[in-house]
Ligand binder design. Structure first.
Ligand code: CO
Length: 271
């Protein structure tokens, strides 16, 4: 197992120029790459954070994975990419572990050599392994301002936390923290660390309402909320509200309505 961190979060979008307005203009991130992979009919736009990247994926032709994804699911989170120091070896290991694969061998992607594992065997999460080239430029997020500068964690909605923890710590080398129960939020969960960031698994407590059970009912298990680190949550919330955005639960950092972010459900967290 040679997975070291979450390399990027992939987001499927219809129009990367429109969505870039959020990440570039409102959040102040820089565009590190804007390129088309013609062979795959996809345009990728990358916005670096200190410890991770945001990858917008826009289809440039019909009948590609991304255009079908948009047809079926609409805009929003598409995949989690783990950085690997040995992508070929990790793909072989995943196949030998019985995981349903999309790619059994590495191929060229936006991030170097990459390969995908099927979401069907991964609680609705499409997982990418990527091995960037040795001379890949090191980017970072904005050094000041109200926008996010790092990935805090990625929240994944699951029906039951414990079995997924068991599977993913074993399968991906994630390190589980203590499970928690948040009665007020109607959920239980567990953080699974990998490198500088983490995946948070959450499942609803029986009888609870709200966006989490609604997500599980309508689209099943999968990527749910991206938590981004800001320097001063109060200032960030004020900035976004100044832009006319709806931000709720400001005392918990702030949850941003996905209508402002082309389907990506975001929250802000202080380090
Ligand atoms: Co990717």
């Amino acid at each position: 197992m040679a997975l070291t961190r979450i390399h990027h979060i992939g987001i499927a979008v219809r129009d990367a120029d429109k969505t870039a307005e959020v990440w570039r203009d409102t959040f102040g991130l820089e565009t590190a790459l804007d390129t088309e992979l013609e062979s795959q009919g996809v345009r990728g736009v990358i916005f670096p954070l200190d410890n991770c990247e945001i990858e917008l994926l826009q289809p440039t032709s019909e009948d590609t994975g991304i255009s079908k994804y948009l047809e079926n699911n609409g805009e929003g989170f598409h995949h989690i990419c783990f950085e690997s120091t040995d992508v070929a070896g990790d793909l072989i290991a995943a196949k030998e572990a019985g995981i349903q694969m999309i790619d059994e061998e590495p191929r060229v992607g936006l991030t170097g050599m990459i390969g995908f594992l099927h979401p069907r065997g991964n609680h609705g999460v499409l997982i990418e392994y990527a091995q960037p080239p040795d001379d890949a430029p090191q980017h970072s997020g904005p050094t000041s301002g109200p926008g996010p500068h790092a990935l805090h964690h990625m929240t994944v909605a699951v029906n039951e936390v414990a079995p997924v923890t068991e599977e993913w710590t074993e399968r991906y080398g994630l390190v589980g923290r203590e499970p928690f129960r948040a009665e007020a939020l109607g959920l239980e969960g567990q953080f699974l660390d990998i490198g500088p960031t983490a995946i948070e698994l959450v499942s609803p407590l029986p009888g609870s309402g709200g966006p989490l059970p609604r997500k599980l009912d309508t689209s099943g298990e999968g990527m749910f909320i991206l938590a981004l680190t800001v320097r001063d949550a109060e200032a960030s919330v004020a900035h976004l509200r100044g832009e006319g955005w709806t931000v709720t639960d400001a005392n918990a950092g702030g949850f941003i309505s996905p209508k402002h972010t082309y389907g990506a459900r975001l929250r802000l967290s202080e380090a």
